[in-house]
Ligand binder design. Structure first.
Ligand SMILES: [Zn+2]
Length: 252
């Protein structure tokens, strides 16, 4: 099973641009797609952590990338992730660039994070898409994992500053191309985001101030995330269901 996380991917950008996103389109046609209306706050570290621990934020206890001026590490989170559980059961599992911590987390994949794990500039975001994809191809070809989870973080960073601008669609296209290189390796594929995005002024949750050193913030997180899945029969209504879905697939 191949699980591709696309941080902040949003139907509002994907659906009107499907002619430029052939791999999203193909997966949607071959599989099924849905909107996940988050019951929890659309806050990246909490949602990714819920998705792969199966626990709500109050149970996994991980709320932010930085707490009291200290970067939170995987070891600080007192919960088992899906890769921990499946690995103990003998499933060959790998994870790459999963952004519940900074730098994004890898499990049994040796990866040097781009820009120290906090890519912000456009050339750094492009580099992240390229390097994650190259490493993912290496893992798929050499390790042949039974479960491979990877994520792209670039769209979240870019959407804050460039929501509504053509450059954002260009980046969706880059992610689409990357996905197209990965999906031939597996029949069971899931593409999922941790939250959506919308106009800053319409955002129910503000994760940044309107003005930042990088410029004016144009977009912010929306509680509608995306889900596309192919040959994965279980029902996914909330991020925690991803954990249960994967677990039931490998440990029925
Ligand atoms: Zn996010």
């Amino acid at each position: 099973m191949l699980v591709i996380g696309v941080d902040s991917a949003t139907w509002d950008v994907i659906l009107p641009n499907l002619d430029r996103l052939p791999n999203f389109r193909q997966l949607m046609e071959e599989g099924e797609h849905a909107t996940i209306h988050l019951n929890q706050k659309p806050w990246s570290p909490e949602v990714w952590c819920t998705m792969f621990t199966g626990l709500p934020p109050e149970e996994h206890g991980h709320h932010d990338f930085v707490v009291n001026g200290e970067i939170v590490r995987r070891e600080d989170i007192k919960a088992d992730f899906i890769w921990d559980i499946l690995d103990r059961a003998g499933v060959r599992v790998r994870a790459l660039n999963v952004p519940f911590v900074v730098p994004p987390y890898c499990y049994k994949v040796d990866f040097t994070p781009v820009a120290g794990g906090v890519p912000v500039e456009q050339h750094e975001l492009l580099e992240e898409i390229e390097k994650v994809t190259e490493k993912a191809l290496e893992v798929l070809e050499n390790d042949a994992p039974e479960l491979f989870i990877l994520a792209y973080t670039a769209l979240d960073k870019l959407s804050h500053l460039h929501w509504g601008e053509p450059v954002l669609v260009d980046f969706y296209q880059r992610v689409d191309t990357a996905i197209g290189r990965l999906i031939p390796y597996d029949d069971e594929v899931m593409v999922i985001s941790d939250h959506g995005f919308c106009d800053y002024d319409a955002a129910p949750v503000r994760t940044l101030p309107k003005r930042t050193p990088k410029g004016e913030i144009k977009g912010d997180h929306h509680p509608d995330a995306i889900l596309i899945k192919k040959n994965i029969p279980c029902e996914i209504r909330q991020p925690a269901d991803v954990f249960h879905c994967i677990k039931s697939r490998f440990l029925p």
